[in-house]
Ligand binder design. Structure first.
Ligand code: PLP
Length: 495
């Protein structure tokens, strides 16, 4: 049974999965959505005995229906191999009554690797299937982790180029070093004088610039996206929620069919939306706990029904969540209108004109499985320290936000269901902030001294991804104003 995709704003319909992946964003600025969310067609007990790769096939085949079995299995086996430092790919660790789903065992030690290890394979397969003859230019806005993970995936992939824009003062030192030392003749990195929202809006604007896209086409290029607006990012992210449930079942932590909750540290709303898709596929998930940092635009949305980006953008110690325009929320809005593209488009126009919109009560009713919470630095740091002192388990600053919010959720609602917390980054990626959380004051040492101190304290070896950047030469020095992204792209591509 073939599944087709359509734009959340109504301008494109009847698109195949491979075309949607190749294109990234729909031509009308909307996001691609499947016409329906397919149901899992294997039982939970069957899933309990599957490997990560087998689970990936069982889930992804239902969405990517125009890929052959051979194509999809080949993409999966190339993606989820020894690049990951654990055979389980996404281990589930029990600590202090919670289950931390570790999504940071890939090459760049953040959860973006889970989808970006496979996206390049899905995309080059899509290009071949659709006889695309142009060189694909992946334009990426990053709050710190997507950029590196996308480059690690696309570096030196024939027929592709990748250009990454990151906020100059909005990423951690390790994140910045990881990006600026990236190898690969087809990779470019640009620091913009602005925040993540500026980078993401700039990239979306380039996608929608008809004249510029024509010029690109004449020169033999075509844009695509590695951001979570690409359905090829979202679908692989569903897999690990299904896998986590299956592991809980296999380890007899839950009974078959028992409802669990999921808590996700959220920025662009991609990761938690994948959990919602898993629930809609039939996985017994109760509440989707949406955890924000001080940029709590989503918390306000879920508690009031008004999305309002008109507020100060705060730089926090969980920088990958420093976002005021959560792009993937558009997919949930679209679903909650009953897939009324015109209604969704009107709200998105309001967002772009006034920076805010309010949804109807009927729409809120459809979103009631989501529960919003937030944690400032004090709560986040307290959670990291407390869990480490109590259990010896060390988490990063993003995971700390979700862990704290998850605990608050149980206290406030009395809901006793077991909770899977998405653990989105290695603490080594944010060593300064994590050490500050443990010590209770700002550490004096330099970045790599702190990394060594953290290893001594936690007993967790320094990951390869961090060792690599200790002495790697800087390869990227580009910078531009947030209004100059088009000129920068033209210069990089030699237009
Ligand atoms: C990207 C990222 C997030 C936010 O994920 P979204 O899908 O954008 O909501 C959270 N934590 C880390 C470490 C990230 O890299």
């Amino acid at each position: 049974m073939a599944l087709s995709y359509q734009s959340t704003r109504g301008g494109q319909q009847g698109v195949t999965a491979s075309q949607a992946i190749l294109q990234g964003l729909a031509a009308d600025g909307g996001l691609f959505m499947p016409t329906e969310i397919p149901k899992l067609d294997v039982s939970l007990s069957q899933l309990a005995s599957m490997t990560y790769q087998e689970t990936a096939y069982a889930v992804m085949r239902l969405f990517l229906t125009d890929y052959t079995e051979e194509e999809l299995k080949s993409c999966i086996s190339k993606a989820y191999d020894s690049k990951f430092d654990t055979e389980e790919i996404a281990p589930l660790v029990k600590a202090g009554g919670m289950y931390y789903l570790e999504l940071f065992h890939g090459k760049t030690i953040a959860f973006k690797d889970m989808a970006l290890s496979i996206l390049p394979h899905l995309m080059t397969t899509a290009a071949a299937k659709n006889h695309a003859d142009k060189e694909i230019v992946i334009l990426t806005a990053t709050s710190g982790d997507t950029g590196k993970a996308a480059m690690a995936g696309f570096a030196d992939v024939p027929g592709t180029r990748i250009i990454v824009f990151y906020p100059k003062n909005g990423v951690s030192p390790v994140q910045e070093l990881q990006m600026r030392t990236q190898k690969g003749a087809n990779t470019s990195v640009v620091a913009i004088h602005g925040n993540f929202d500026d980078a993401q809006s700039g990239v979306k604007k380039l996608f929608g610039d008809g004249e510029f896209n024509c010029l690109l086409g004449e020169k033999g290029f075509q844009f695509s996206s590695a951001n979570s607006i690409n359905i090829g990012r979202l679908v692989p992210q569903i897999v690990y929620y299904v896998y986590a449930y299956a592991k809980l079942l296999e380890n007899q932590e839950i009974a078959e069919g028992e409802t669990i909750n999921v808590a996700v540290p959220t920025g662009n709303f991609g990761n938690i939306l994948a959990a919602y898709f898993a629930k809609e596929m039939g996985l017994p998930i109760g509440r989707l706990i949406c955890a924000s940092n001080d940029n709590k635009v989503l918390y306000d949305f879920f508690t009031t029904g008004t999305y309002d980006r008109n507020r100060e953008f705060i730089l926090t110690n969980s920088p990958s969540m420093d976002i005021l325009i959560s792009s993937n929320l558009e997919r949930l809005i679209y679903l909650s209108t009953g897939c009324d593209a015109a209604a969704n488009a009107r709200l998105m126009e309001e967002l772009s004109a006034d920076g805010r919109y309010t949804v109807t009560e009927a729409m809120r009713e459809k979103m009631k499985d989501f529960w919003g919470g937030f944690a400032g630095w004090e709560e986040d740091a307290g959670e990291i320290r407390r869990v480490f002192e109590d259990t010896g388990y060390l988490m990063d600053t993003h995971t700390g936000v979700a862990s704290y919010v998850c605990r608050r959720y149980s206290e406030e609602t009395g809901d006793q269901a077991k909770c899977v917390v998405a653990s989105t980054a290695s603490p080594y990626k944010f060593s300064r902030s994590v050490m500050e959380a443990l010590k209770g004051s700002q550490p004096e040492a330099d970045e790599f001294q702190l990394i060594d101190q953290m290893s001594a304290l936690s007993g967790v070896p320094v990951p390869q991804a961090v060792e690599e950047i200790r002495s790697a030469p800087i390869r990227h020095n580009r910078e531009c104003g947030s209004g100059q992204m088009k000129e920068e792209v033209a210069d990089i591509l030699g237009l």
